[in-house]
Design a protein around this ligand. Structure first.
Ligand SMILES: *Cc1c(COP(=O)(O)O)cnc(C)c1O
Length: 400
């Protein structure tokens, strides 16, 4: 496959009328090696952040051996691409047929749950035709934790409350030789303190249930870099997670896991869009909330942008975007900083769309096509390059 040096070169070569996804395999490989080498435990890639087969292969080749899957389609996809990968079905609410197929057809042993009902479902679905219950289940009880330090909350949908956790941990221990506790602090956790608080809850749950725990899975939430969101280095997160994990009352050989989605793939992709119309400080572009920019529209996420036409000389000004569909909600407030003389026919690169970006594209209203090419240059920002700005008041961790 032809590899372009950068986005400007793609525009010169293709003058694309449709959006173009730019993939940076080297950036995903670097993130994977970083987690595989530096996380003091086992990193599972959370496939929902970006299920692209090319990306899954890159992560596997770079040391990621375990995958957090959440649907039977994700189970089938990863299993078909990576026959030797370990798959963990970490959605706490699954169908019986999905559990059965995952266990009997795809060799999935690890499942998460947050209710007694789901525990019974897992046991029933993995019992064989002779009526013998599975002897090799690895079950993780998902605890509800606070999302107060994360940009995107995951606190209300899943997880059992601490007050109710002890009986569920005890029941789960009865049917599984291997018991885990997992949680998710919310996506884009801006301080490692999020994990300290969650691990304190794990400690309380284990102490009250008085069960032996074989794995503590600190979930996802590890951040990437976006305009106005510059987290502390990931090494700080790893160090703090490790220290607090070591102090838990768990089996001496207990394992530490994490489930990064965003942090492993945010830097993998960016997107070239074309400006079709300008109205004041609003740019009508050819991708939007039904494309790779779902979060820009729905939670006002700010992605880095750069104009790709070298003749634009205006000082940077604030713009918002309209996407291509006929829906008023296809609007991205920004502000996105671009040269003030940008206009119809100009191209923009939008960065850091590898996580929950390119994976979100739909075909709504007939839009959604995009060519995909590889580029060799650096992503617009990186957690893994060692050149991030000095800490500011907002991103310094205080260890209370
Ligand atoms: C979405 C999800 C992840 C990944 O979260 P990030 O914030 O992208 O790291 C991990 N685990 C579970 C169970 C998830 O649902």
């Amino acid at each position: 496959m032809h590899i372009y040096p950068d986005a400007a070169d793609v525009v010169r070569d293709l003058s694309p009328d449709e959006p173009v996804i730019l993939n940076r395999p080297h950036a995903a490989a670097r993130a994977a090696r970083f987690f595989a080498e530096k996380f003091p435990g086992k990193p599972l890639y959370a496939v929902k952040a970006n299920p692209s087969p090319d990306l899954l292969q890159i992560l596997w080749d770079s040391g990621i051996t375990h995958f957090d899957v959440a649907s039977i389609a994700e189970v089938r996809l990863v299993r078909s691409l990576l026959p030797d990968a370990t798959l963990c079905f970490m959605h706490p609410v699954k169908t019986k047929s999905a559990i059965r197929e995952a266990y009997f057809t795809h060799g999935v042993k690890t499942f998460s749950l947050d209710t007694l009902e789901e525990l019974n479902k897992i046991v029933a679905a993995t019992t064989n035709e002779a009526g013998d219950p599975a002897a090799d289940l690895r079950l993780c009880v998902r605890l509800r934790v606070s999302s107060e330090f994360a940009e995107l909350s995951l606190a209300s949908k899943f997880g059992i409350d601490l007050a109710d956790a002890a009986p569920l941990l005890q029941e789960t221990r009865q049917v599984a030789d291997w018991l885990g506790v997992c949680f998710h602090v919310g996506s884009q956790a801006m301080t490692p303190f999020a994990y300290i608080q969650a691990l304190e809850r794990v400690r309380a749950a284990i102490a009250e249930a008085a069960v032996t725990v074989d794995v503590v899975d600190v979930g996802g939430g590890f951040p990437s870099v976006y305009p106005g969101m510059e987290p502390p280095p990931l090494e700080d997160y790893f160090e703090i997670v490790h220290r607090h994990f070591e102090a838990l009352p768990i089996a001496y050989n207990a394992e530490l896991w994490c489930e990064p989605g965003r942090a492993l793939c945010a830097e993998y992709s960016s997107l070239i869009v074309k400006v079709e119309k300008r109205r004041g400080d609003e740019l009508y572009i050819n991708d939007g909330s039904y494309g790779a920019l779902f979060d820009a529209a729905h939670v006002d996420w700010r992605f880095p942008v750069a104009a790709l036409n070298s003749e634009l000389a205006g000082v940077p000004a604030e713009f918002s975007f309209y996407g291509p569909t006929c829906d008023d909600a296809d609007f991205m407030k920004g502000p996105f900083m671009l040269p003030q003389d940008i206009g119809s026919g100009d191209y923009i690169e939008i960065g850091m769309l590898g996580a929950y970006g390119t994976a979100m594209k739909t075909g709504f209203n007939g839009f959604g096509d995009a060519q995909v090419v590889n580029v060799a240059n650096e992503p617009m920002a990186s957690m893994f390059r060692g050149d991030r700005p000095a800490p500011t008041r907002d991103n310094v961790v205080s260890l209370r």
